[in-house]
Design a protein around this ligand. Structure first.
Ligand SMILES: [Zn+2]
Length: 486
């Protein structure tokens, strides 16, 4: 059975203290001991009791990309409310992470790009026209109120989560606010401004010799792939739709990495409408071989939920159970695991999916009937954790032969990797002193965090956040059906 119930405690860093608590918890919503998503028992799940840390700050869900924009941070609020009202705080430690510092973000991004992100606001955009061109700012990455603060919040959570894993005091760290895999060193892309995944992996590399990055968002994890394309210490594996045209246009099966990193980039290109059984089979076969061959010392899993059926921008046909099976499968290897969010644009299903997956990492099977929250109406009419998401409107264009050919080709790639001497690399001495120094540096950052908190409160008080009333409707009619091409 699960761990004994305990009092909710949100650990804070910096000056933030949260009032975020589960509201009325219905007895029927109590989680019970888990096994597998399909209800079968699983000896791994029964005997493996990992320590789970969950990173969230209430205000991260309050930012707004703008009217009609499909990326809605409000999905994070929906997720947190479900997670807490299912009682999952009894099975993990919850942390309110500090914001990333500018120096931490500069570990990957360029000075001039970050300087621009820091200074530009919706009120002064006209002063930055030259930068808009230089940094390739497109319509999908609008300048919105509090943008830089939003970036610092979600990146800080991923960095802290990575450090928690390094410290050995947690086995699985979860940050649904992170996973913004498209951001590049010099430019934003696909709703992503700062690449928190790259920043987290850079932290992990200070201690772990090899880090595996796995991406199940429907879009190619291009920003992470690009950052580690020439190294053999990070292997990236991305499952995504690819036809050369679908955003971001990269992720072909023959993008393999270069120099020392050759064969350490793996791409699994899929077509529209892939279903549960084909996806799970392919995922298990490939990831089993990758884990055996690469033998990572830590795993980062990007759980973009736009690969679910009925996603507003996605074209796959996956159920929440199948998506969650990828999380369960990676958890079963018992390697330190960083679980991140990502895309996901039918927000009621994103919240359901990430709640289900929080249950999986905690080893808890959640009842299908959703607990009461103030956002209950988002989940009408069924109020279930697992609504049917498959649709006959999307035809599965992945033939058996096609999937077999893809699997054969990527597994072939691993044969080259197996023979590579760099796999036999020496253990890198842990850079503990550096991490300790930075922990000390946090104290200095607290002052800046307090300032940001005050500014945030002032913006809210001044009505600065132009809240789109439509975001409080669960269906996607609030977008007027207008599709954005990503
Ligand atoms: Zn995506």
């Amino acid at each position: 059975m699960g761990r004994a119930r305990k009092e909710t405690h949100v650990y804070t860093s910096g000056t933030y203290s949260t009032s975020f608590r589960p509201s009325q918890q219905s007895p029927s919503a109590r989680p019970y001991c888990l096994t597998n998503p399909d209800g079968s028992t699983d000896t791994v799940a029964e005997h493996y009791r990992p320590k789970v840390s969950y990173y969230m700050r209430e205000e991260t869900g309050n930012f707004h990309y703008g009217e009609r924009h499909p990326m809605k941070p409000h999905r994070l609020t929906l997720t947190n409310h479900l997670v807490l009202n299912y009682g999952l705080h009894n099975y993990m430690d919850i942390y309110a992470p500090r914001r990333a510092t500018e120096d931490e973000i500069l570990a990957f991004h360029s000075d001039d790009y970050i300087d621009f992100l820091k200074r530009v606001t919706p009120d002064n955009v006209e002063l930055f026209q030259e930068e808009f061109t230089r940094f390739n700012m497109g319509d999908d990455c609008p300048i919105f109120d509090g943008m830089w603060d939003f970036c610092r919040l979600y990146s800080g959570a991923s960095i802290e989560a990575a450090r928690k894993l390094i410290s050995g005091t947690t086995d699985i760290a979860v940050n649904w606010t992170g996973g913004l895999h498209h951001a590049k060193k010099f430019e934003p892309s696909g709703f992503c401004y700062v690449n928190d995944i790259v920043l987290a992996i850079l932290q992990l590399l200070r201690y772990y010799p090899r880090v595996l990055y796995v991406d199940i968002d429907i879009h190619h994890g291009d920003g992470v792939q690009e950052a580690f394309y020439a190294t053999d210490r990070v292997m990236t594996v991305s499952f995504h739709k690819y036809n050369g045209d679908f955003f971001p246009g990269t992720g072909a099966i023959d993008e393999l990495g270069r120099d020392l990193g050759k064969y350490y980039t793996m791409n699994v290109p899929l077509q529209d409408g892939i279903d549960d059984s084909s996806y799970i089979q392919l995922f298990r076969n490939i990831m089993t071989a990758v884990m055996e061959t690469f033998r990572p010392s830590a795993v980062v899993l990007q759980c973009g939920a736009d690969s679910l059926g009925l996603d507003r921008l996605g074209v796959f046909n996956l159920s929440i159970a199948a998506h969650g099976e990828c999380v369960r499968f990676m958890r079963s290897f018992k390697v330190p695991l960083l679980v991140l969010g990502g895309g996901g644009y039918t927000i009621r299903n994103v919240a359901r999916c990430w709640t289900h997956e929080t249950g999986i990492v905690c080893g808890v099977k959640l009842p299908d009937s959703l607990p009461n929250t103030v956002y209950r109406e988002f989940f009408a009419p069924d109020y279930k954790l697992h609504p049917s998401l498959t649709t006959s409107k999307v035809v599965n264009q992945n033939s058996k032969q096609y999937l077999q050919a893809v699997q054969y080709k990527v597994l072939e790639q691993l044969r080259y990797l197996k023979g590579a001497p760099s796999v036999q690399m020496q253990e890198i001495p842990p850079d503990i002193q550096g991490i300790l120094d930075e922990e000390t540096g946090k104290l200095k950052d607290e002052e800046e965090d307090m300032l940001q908190d005050q500014q945030y409160k002032r913006r809210i008080a001044a009505g600065g956040r132009k809240q789109d009333v439509c975001e409080f409707f669960g269906d996607d009619d609030d977008q007027d059906g207008e599709e954005i091409d990503v």
